[in-house]
Design a protein around this ligand. Structure first.
Ligand SMILES: [Zn+2]
Length: 69
């Protein structure tokens, strides 16, 4: 995997964009603040209030639940 590859982190329920995984970190923007998180991240979707979890390091491609579009 390329070190600077970016992956979108989207709500598992409604698909709202929650953050961007980049270089082993998760970038989460909220209004005028931006959070850069390493490790395990939990976020409540601003649109549907679903609790989402992710890790800053994405799983291997074979384990990703979503199909390649
Ligand atoms: Zn949602």
């Amino acid at each position: 995997m390329k070190p600077h590859e970016e992956t979108e982190w989207r709500c598992r329920k409604c698909g709202a964009l929650l953050g961007i995984r980049r270089a082993g970190r998760v970038h989460v923007k909220h209004k005028r603040a931006q959070f850069v998180v390493r490790g395990h991240v939990m976020a409540v979707c601003p649109r549907c209030a679903e609790l989402n979890e992710t890790d800053s390091a994405p799983p291997p491609p074979a384990e990703q639940p979503w199909p390649a579009a």
